[in-house]
Design a protein around this ligand. Structure first.
Ligand SMILES: CC(C)(COP(=O)(O)OP(=O)(O)OC[C@H]1O[C@@H](n2cnc3c(N)ncnc32)[C@H](O)[C@@H]1OP(=O)(O)O)[C@@H](O)C(=O)NCCC(=O)NCCS
Length: 195
């Protein structure tokens, strides 16, 4: 079993088979598909995807649980479907630059947006990636009309490095200096790790 990370407002848990049905339900929404630049998948394809994500050494994926929605005590290894609200992903797929990773966030449940969950999930994933994989540069590719997502990454200090007119997409990056490392440690000092 992979780790779970508990922050202030959320818990990041491994993407489990039990999460797939709800994830698939979310991805029926055209707006979410567009915002995340995803292709619609059948339920079977989504199960295959979940398996491939969990087996891919170049990818880390967590399901975001809204702590306010967890029923009873949190139990590591329990999917806690009642509280799942989104996901956060890291792709370490630049073979020429193993210290750079792409990061993606989705808070699919609209009732859980605007509560700081997206921001905390990205920060926790970044701290996890710095600690465990030596990542120094984070990259986010976002549709240029996605004001919420661009706003979130800018709020965290990401800066625009590229704009694709063809794909109508901006690339934002954040470099992790020693100072930022300390900042991550401070911000995530209260994170509890379950393994
Ligand atoms: C983008 C998204 C992840 C934001 O998550 P969230 O949990 O609602 O965001 P947070 O509450 O953590 O907000 C963090 C910061 O993002 C910015 N932000 C969030 N929503 C915003 C909005 N609607 N408009 C402008 N800025 C916004 C703000 O700067 C905010 O900081 P502040 O509250 O201190 O001002 C969420 O709206 C989402 O998943 N949307 C659909 C999928 C998607 O677009 N994913 C990104 C694909 S690249």
């Amino acid at each position: 079993m992979k780790v779970s990370l508990e922050g202030e407002k959320l818990i990041l848990v491994p993407y489990m088979r039990e999460h797939v049905a709800k994830y698939h339900e979310w991805m029926q929404d055209q707006a979410l598909l567009q915002a995340t630049a995803s292709e619609p998948l059948t339920l079977d394809q989504e199960y295959d995807m979940q398996l491939s994500w969990t087996q891919d050494p170049f990818k880390q994926t967590f399901i975001v649980l809204d702590k306010a929605l967890v029923v009873g005590e949190f139990v590591h290894g329990d999917p806690h479907i009642e509280a799942m609200v989104g996901d956060v992903n890291l792709y370490m797929n630049d073979l020429d630059d193993t210290q750079t990773a792409e990061i993606e966030i989705m808070i699919a449940e609209t009732k859980s947006r605007g509560k700081g969950l997206g921001k905390e999930a990205v920060l926790m994933m970044m701290a996890f990636a710095v600690e465990n994989f030596g990542i120094h540069v984070f990259r986010a590719k976002i549709g240029e009309s996605n004001i919420a997502s661009v706003g979130l990454f800018r709020r965290l200090g990401f800066e625009k490095t590229f704009q694709s007119e063809i794909f109508k997409e901006v690339t934002l990056e954040l470099s992790v200096t020693e100072l930022k490392r300390e900042e991550f440690h401070r911000l995530t000092a209260t994170v509890i790790t379950y393994s």
